[in-house]
Design a protein. Structure first.
Lengths: 542, 282
């Protein structure tokens, strides 16, 4: 087992998403006492546990806000969802989480890579964190909470340090310290605070002259258990791996519908992009746990009520031809989409809803997870060489490239501007072709991307490439249609199209190919309905 | 590079000296009267430079796609559409002339790679709409088309560039009326890097405008449904005589002298009942 603990020391403050402090000290209070302080306030001599009145007397301009446990839990859930990408075994705590990654080590290319990627993911949320890793969950949690900012510490299974990590800021001269040795040096006071144990136990141990966990464990167990009960000792044993420590894992929500409050109402595109990035990270984790790829997403911009009238949310929907789960790729598509749409009103919150997801096919195997920071960047920037190996390109690769292309095009141009053309079984020219929205209809998409095309008809129809949206009435001169002031020469006998009696749009026309003075061929017809028999121009041959 | 003038004969006659023109991308070697001895050391290097060709012959690019029209192939540098580059097609009504010209090339491309697609980029408010049976008549399948209809010219140029970056697209046809010079330049680069020609249909009014495209054609209707092609610009000598490319007619056409149908009487007999006034086409 290999546990990574992530402890968020400033969580009550940071969960509210306050803007970074610009000299204004901030604090969070609960029940009249401060529970969390920004560094600026701490430097000024304010400490946690102080009453609000005392803090304000010492520092009149301190901003104190009430603690919002609901908001904290919601924001922590978003963060935990993002971490689910690394392992589904995650235990939530009120101010952090533990994640068990033994099974994912190989997938992510070893402990060093996994560790680096986890830091990268969490750092994107811009929260202060304490990390630690250990073979036992309680040990990892204690190390994270008590050792504080030494967050780059990595302790491996069986007390051996797997590697030295100069890249992570661990000094190479440091001796490998087995996890028990490290735990032995932890101060008892800090550990008991992390456990929120009763005051009496702390007094007892300090009274006995116990400073570190090593001292504590050296005391005779039977006498200690008589004095302070078994509960704390069992917890201590769990931290040292002496007793089993079963944990129940967090079950992520069955549907993805996350909401992210913005620190303040904003027009700022950068801030919105950043917030959207957090939601997409969470989405990626959710999709990874469920083994799915996102296909349809809806992004809601929630606006502030104006003059007591609630403004409706602005909703953008993104439908992907190439279902994907990687946050960076999705973010690129969303950026293209959002760039085209100005905000109608300031935004107070974002909500991302996953409307449809698909299980990946074996043919579209995803990129190796070991390098998710550069998700198919190659496809968007690298220019493929085509010339001689045209026929040698892998059709699967081509299909994937086309799907990405469709996504990129429709995210900027809009879905209605990226269309496919299909033949319909109808003799009426107006209905012989049908425009399909490639990303809306799965069947249209699959036929758009498949290499097996329907067989071409043996006899190609003699119809023009271009059709006028509405037939243009033509004058008549001596029985011949006139276009552009010149009578046309009919070069074919009549081709009668008579259909539509079955659906109330009957068509009864005699079509001719007509040639004008400019030697271009036109498609004209003579209406044969009713008494009036008039000529119309309907299309152009190329 | 076989049709590049081998410098051996140049050096052998020792009759010409080479002077590169100042325009950097398309370097032309001009012939000079035989009054100076050729410096043999420089000669092979100059001939080997890419983009250098003699003024009286066409350039020999490394690759070209056959156009499917033998008469046109003979006149184009490399013997076909350039493998990478903008091809401008100028005509009075962009859209009406190109189909027959480009269909053989596109059909060959899509046959070579059935998974690939053709992208046709036209502005959303075009005066005509594509007709699927007409696409079939060109020898293409409607399923092979990606029809992009952006709202603005800038979006269209962006879309063409995106399409060029995708290995799944084998051919690009861009119908544009007001293409900006910077867009044309950018797309010329993109097409060069990609290795397929981008066909840009522009109105004839753009004929006098400078253009980065290495190949510009003027398309007109010729006699008997042929296509009259005049090469306005190519990497080679001036093209004097316009070509007449025979194009397949959409349907067997009756002779022009066909007596026209009489003025219809108020009670029109059914067409099947009318007497035939001319021999029926096969």
């Amino acid at each position: 087992m290999w546990w990574i603990a992530l402890y968020l020391p400033q969580w009550p403050l940071e969960a509210l998403g306050l803007p970074p402090p610009q000299g204004v000290p901030q604090g969070i209070e609960e029940g009249g006492h401060l529970v969390c302080l920004c560094p600026a306030a701490r430097e000024a001599g304010i400490h946690v546990g102080m009453s609000v009145a005392a803090a304000q007397a010492r520092m009149p301009h301190i901003q104190v806000r009430a603690r919002q446990p609901d908001q904290e839990a919601k924001a922590l859930r978003t963060l935990a969802l993002a971490a689910l990408r690394f392992s589904p075994h995650l235990c939530l705590k009120p101010d952090g989480f533990l994640i068990e990654v033994q099974g994912s080590l190989r997938l992510f290319g070893g402990p060093l890579n996994l560790w680096r990627q986890l830091l990268y993911t969490v750092d994107a949320f811009k929260v202060s964190t304490h990390f630690a890793a250990a073979p036992y969950p309680e040990a990892a949690w204690l190390l994270a909470c008590v050792r504080g900012p030494q967050r780059r510490q990595l302790l491996a299974h069986r007390g051996r340090v797997a590697a030295s990590f100069p890249a992570l800021g661990v000094a190479q001269s440091r001796q490998p310290q087995p996890v028990r040795q490290v735990l032995d040096t932890l101060p008892v006071v800090g550990v008991l605070q992390a456990w929120e144990s009763p005051e009496a136990a702390q007094q007892l141990l300090t009274g006995l002259g116990v400073a570190t966990l090593g001292d504590w464990r050296a005391l005779p167990r039977a006498g200690l258990q008589r004095r302070m009960g078994a509960e704390l000792l069992v917890r201590l044993d769990r931290a040292y791996g002496a007793v089993p420590d079963p944990r129940s894992f967090w079950a992520p929500p069955p549907a993805f519908d996350e909401r992210l409050e913005l620190p303040e109402r904003t027009h700022d595109a950068d801030l919105l992009t950043q917030a959207l990035g957090h939601l997409l990270q969470a989405l990626e984790g959710w999709l990874a746990v469920h083994g799915q790829l996102a296909q349809v997403m809806a992004l809601h911009f929630l606006h502030e009520a104006r003059r007591r009238e609630a403004l409706p949310d602005t909703v953008h929907t993104l439908r992907l031809a190439a279902p994907d789960r990687q946050a960076a790729a999705l973010q690129r598509l969303w950026d293209e989409r959002l760039k085209r749409h100005p905000l109608t009103a300031p935004v107070v919150a974002l909500r991302l809803v996953l409307q449809a997801a698909v299980v990946p096919q074996t043919s579209d195997v995803q990129q190796p997870l070991a390098a998710p920071e550069v998700p198919h960047a190659a496809s968007s920037t690298a220019v493929p060489a085509l010339s001689p190996g045209l026929a040698n390109e892998d059709p699967v690769e081509i299909r994937r490239a086309l799907a990405w292309l469709l996504d990129r095009l429709q995210s900027r141009l809009g879905a209605q501007a990226v269309q496919g053309l299909r033949c319909e079984d109808d003799h009426r020219p107006e209905r012989a072709s049908r425009w399909v929205n490639l990303t809306d209809e799965p069947s249209a998409l699959s036929s758009a991307l498949s290499s097996a095309l329907p067989a071409a008809p043996a006899l190609a129809p003699s119809q023009p490439l271009w059709l006028l949206p509405q037939p243009e009435p033509l004058a008549e001169h001596q029985g011949r249609p006139v276009h552009g002031g010149v009578p046309l020469v009919l070069r074919t006998r009549a081709e009668r199209i008579e259909a539509g009696w079955f659906d109330d749009e009957p068509v009864c026309r005699d079509y001719h190919v007509a040639e004008g003075a400019d030697q271009r061929l036109r498609w004209v017809f003579r209406q044969r309905r009713g008494d009036q028999q008039s000529w119309f121009l309907h299309g152009w041959f190329n | 590079m076989s049709s590049t003038p081998a410098f051996a004969d140049l050096a052998g006659t020792a009759s010409e000296t080479a002077r590169p023109s100042l325009a950097p991308p398309a370097l032309t070697v001009r012939q000079r009267p035989p009054h100076r001895r050729l410096r043999a050391a420089h000669a092979p290097e100059l001939a080997d430079l890419p983009g250098v060709w003699r003024a009286d012959a066409c350039a020999a690019p490394t690759g070209a796609w056959p156009t499917g029209h033998a008469a046109l192939d003979a006149q184009l540098p490399g013997g076909g559409w350039p493998a990478g580059g903008l091809v401008e097609l100028l005509c009075v009504q962009p859209g009406l002339y190109e189909g027959a010209l480009l269909a053989p090339h596109w059909a060959a491309m899509t046959q070579a790679q059935p998974a690939g697609r053709l992208a046709w980029v036209m502005l959303g408010h075009s005066p005509w709409r594509l007709h699927a049976p007409g696409v079939l008549r060109l020898g293409l399948q409607p399923e092979q088309l990606l029809c992009l209809q952006p709202a603005t010219e800038a979006d269209a140029a962006w879309a063409v560039e995106q399409v060029l970056h995708s290995p799944g697209v084998l051919g690009v046809w861009w119908l544009t009326r007001h293409a900006q010079p910077q867009h044309l330049r950018r797309l010329q680069w993109a097409a060069q890097a990609r290795g397929i020609p981008v066909f840009a249909s522009r109105p004839l009014a753009c004929r006098q405008d400078p253009s980065p495209a290495p190949l510009r054609l003027h398309l007109q209707a010729g006699p008997e449904q042929s296509l009259r092609v005049h090469i306005l610009k190519r990497q080679g000598p001036r093209h004097e005589q316009a070509l007449n490319l025979p194009c397949p007619t959409p349907v067997h056409l009756l002779p022009r002298a066909l007596p026209q149908p009489p003025v219809p009487s108020p009670v029109e007999p059914h067409v099947v009942d009318r007497p035939l006034s001319a021999p029926v086409a096969a």
